[in-house]
Design a protein around this ligand. Structure first.
Ligand SMILES: [Zn+2]
Length: 191
């Protein structure tokens, strides 16, 4: 089925930004599939509907679809669809991948982007993971403290090379707090 879907995508990509009725798509993919594989394309309508449900095609009217490359890009930056969330939760057994707790343990489960959206992480099943609310919060906060630590290290290095002792002292004190709390130890600070 995957490559049949690819063939439908191929058709729409060749015909961007045009409202296309079902029969035109179906005729092309059925003939093309026959030509390429010698086999019958099963249920092309279902394939088109599935692409539309995944946000790859815009449903303009009943039986009329449009492929808009810009729309796809925007979609991929968005959150997971409800269907994707369900798939991710099912794959992870409705448990936080870090602590193994689930709703029966009284924790709220959330679906997280492993690679964050703002770093180019996309809304795909592979990039999703189930986290409890606590671990999701922790993950986001650790990211924040990482950013903070890096910024203070840069400021410290700059102050050191400028001979600005006050700023250097200020940054040292903050960075020592990071060290005392074993926070983001993987980010090295050279005094
Ligand atoms: Zn957890």
């Amino acid at each position: 089925m995957a490559s049949q879907i690819d063939l439908i995508k191929e058709f729409f990509k060749k015909n961007p930004n045009r409202d296309i009725k079902h029969p035109e798509v179906v005729d092309w993919v059925v003939a093309e599939w026959k030509k390429r594989t010698g086999e019958v394309f099963r249920d092309p309508d279902r394939g088109i509907r599935s692409l539309s449900q995944k946000g790859q095609l815009i449903k303009v009217a009943k039986g009329v679809y449009r492929y808009d490359p810009d729309f796809i890009v925007n979609r991929e930056l968005e959150d997971f669809t409800p269907a994707q969330k369900t798939q991710i939760l099912e794959r992870d057994g409705y448990k936080c991948v870090l602590c193994g707790r689930g709703e029966k343990d009284g924790v709220e489960l959330q679906v997280d982007h492993i690679k964050p959206k703002d770093l180019g992480g996309s809304a795909t099943i592979e990039n999703g993971q189930t986290l409890c609310a606590q671990h999701n919060f922790l993950k986001k906060n650790l990211k924040q403290t990482e950013t903070g630590k890096k910024m203070f290290i840069r400021l410290y290095d700059l102050a050191k090379s400028n001979g600005d002792e006050a700023i250097q002292k200020f940054c040292s004190e903050i960075l020592e707090v990071f060290e005392r709390n074993n926070m983001n130890g993987h980010i090295e600070w050279k005094k």
